[in-house]
Design a protein around this ligand. Structure first.
Ligand code: NOJ
Ligand code: MG
Length: 535
């Protein structure tokens, strides 16, 4: 139940702006801050409460800005600090909150600190801000441990002087040593810099990564059984009635207990400012319990809950996601969050089978999600029903593609279509070549085309978000109806939500349909791949 004194973020709908693909004001093919500012009225009319903007700081862009070379400035390709100020003021005038991305796990290799570390000798204070180590084996030619980069290949790169440095992502993203007091001190200044400029919060990148096991020991081979003491502990835990997941990996690089002191100190900084400033953790932890630790009352306000995004199109899977997500945050009193897509995963209509069916399912899942308590996070373009794009290999830019040869994440990052019948579809001025090519068949998906069509995905999102404002803020806890196998059904106060994940039309419970994710059957049945809200 939300009340007028609740913080703004409690039941807010956030819209993720992937800055380089949202709107390009100057025709260089990259979206930018002035482009976003000019489109803020679109977001207000869509009906979201807040925007989260992916990194726009100076960066060599080896990982689309998640490789920051200066945390307190704007990359000229995205604009200037003055543009950031204008953006904040315009958003606030429109009643929108603004959350910016913070990347504390690693810097760019072009950050002044890393450049100084490269110029300084082994053992120097400059190197001590990162994780430099000597290698193993003859001449130290083997990496210090067996960790792999998230983007594929070893997590270590060797310098010509023989030392190795750790990068859990690309070689151009060296990991910081958070045990060095200079590191937390620097980020406290960064937080204050942006808070002073008026941002309403931070999305914390790789929030579970900052601390690594002190010894930097090897990761255990996951195919081998865990050591005897760990097995014993697990058995005792299970005997005590705990629901320990069966396949916990050994993760000496993630989710170390020390990280929580950082979020406690950030909580205190956020609290020094008015306006309920907030932080949301991107923390890929292994259990609901470990995720909940990031949102204890004195830590961050929210953590992304990726369980729905990982679930298949299935009523029972969705019901399980809802139950376990609510149960995870309840003990710490935090609000749940929900998300179906972001810039790192395949767009959900494509995950749900693609084509018309995929888009219909995507809309249905969205409608179910928007009825749940807490915050929902939308990813730009989902309101247009965009699907994953098969970006031709010669255009791909994701470092994961270069390191693994797997397609990577470019397919969900293609610049948005705003209007017109061919590329750049109003993404930039006429003649702009977008940084990733847009498909030839996007004309019917532009914002302008969908605005004219009451049955479009865009109009569906606007209707659903309007209805959410009216109905959901005042609603009660979730009551799942558990006797239906292929149908997800739950009640929340005056609202009944039904989502048909099965192959056949189903009867609707009593009530008046207030929003539907797609056309209803003329016999009043709920067709497959469709959801409704009833009151
Ligand atoms: C998570 C971000 O969402 C992703 O895009 C990025 O590549 C990694 N963190 C590394 O910063
Ligand atoms: Mg531009």
């Amino acid at each position: 139940m939300s009340t007028p004194t609740d913080p703004w973020w409690k039941e807010a709908v956030f819209y993720q702006v992937y800055i380089r693909s949202f709107a390009d004001s100057d025709g260089d093919g990259l979206g930018d801050l002035p482009g976003l500012t000019s489109r803020l009225p679109y977001l207000r009319d869509l009906g979201v409460d807040a925007v989260w903007i992916t990194p726009f700081y100076p960066s060599p862009q080896h990982d689309a800005g998640y490789d920051v070379s200066d945390y307190v400035d704007v990359d000229p390709r995205f604009g200037s600090l003055a543009d950031a100020d204008t953006l904040l003021a315009t958003a606030h005038d429109l009643g929108l909150k603004v959350v910016v991305d913070l990347v504390p796990n690693h810097t760019s290799s072009e950050h002044a600190w890393f450049q100084a570390a490269l110029a300084a000798p082994p053992g120097s204070p400059e190197r001590a801000r990162y994780l430099f180590r000597t290698g193993k084996g003859r001449g130290g030619a083997t990496p210090p441990n067996n960790w792999q980069s998230v983007f594929g290949g070893p997590a270590w790169t060797r310098l010509t002087d023989g030392e190795w440095y750790l990068h859990l992502f690309d070689t151009t993203q060296p990991d910081l040593d958070w045990r060095n007091p200079e590191v937390p001190a620097m980020f406290e200044d960064v937080l204050r810099f942006w808070l002073d400029r008026g941002v309403d919060g931070f999305r914390v990148d790789v929030a579970h990564g900052l601390f690594k096991v002190k010894t930097l020991r090897d990761q255990r081979d996951l195919d081998k059984p865990p050591p005897a003491d760990e097995q014993r502990a697990k058995q005792q835990h299970e005997a005590a009635g705990s629901l320990v997941p069966q396949h916990l990996g050994d993760e000496p690089m993630w989710d170390q207990p020390e990280v929580h002191d950082v979020y406690r100190s950030w909580h205190r900084i956020l609290a020094e400012y008015d306006g309920d400033r907030m932080g949301v953790a991107e923390a890929w932890t292994q259990t609901p319990e470990s995720m909940a630790r990031y949102v204890r009352p004195d830590e961050l306000q929210q953590a992304f809950n990726f369980t729905w995004l990982q679930a298949p199109w299935s009523a029972s899977a969705f019901a399980e996601v809802i139950t376990s997500s609510l149960a995870a945050v309840a003990p710490v009193g935090a609000v749940p969050t929900w998300v179906l897509s972001n810039h790192d995963v395949i767009r959900h209509p494509t995950r749900y089978g693609g084509g018309q069916v995929g888009v219909a399912r995507g809309r249905a899942a969205t409608l179910a999600m928007l009825a749940l308590p807490g915050s929902s996070y939308l990813y730009q373009g989902e309101e247009l029903g965009l699907e994953e794009v098969d970006v031709p290999p010669e255009f791909r830019q994701d470092p994961a593609w270069f390191r693994t040869g797997k397609p990577g994440r470019d397919g969900c990052r293609v610049p948005l279509p705003w209007r017109g019948s061919r590329a750049p579809y109003g993404f930039g001025p006429a003649g702009t070549t977008p940084w990733l090519p847009q498909p030839d068949d996007w004309a019917p998906l532009t914002v302008a085309a969908q605005k004219k069509d009451p049955g479009s995905t865009l109009e569906f999102y606007r209707t659903a978000l309007r209805a959410r404002r009216r109905l959901v803020g005042l609603a009660e806890p979730v009551e799942l109806v558990t006797d239906r196998v292929t149908v997800l059904e739950f009640r929340r106060g005056p609202l009944t939500v039904v989502c048909n994940c099965g192959p056949r039309p189903v009867r609707l419970p009593a009530g008046e349909v207030v929003v539907a994710s797609g056309p209803l059957d003329d016999r009043g049945l709920l067709p497959p791949d469709t959801a409704v809200w009833l009151t």
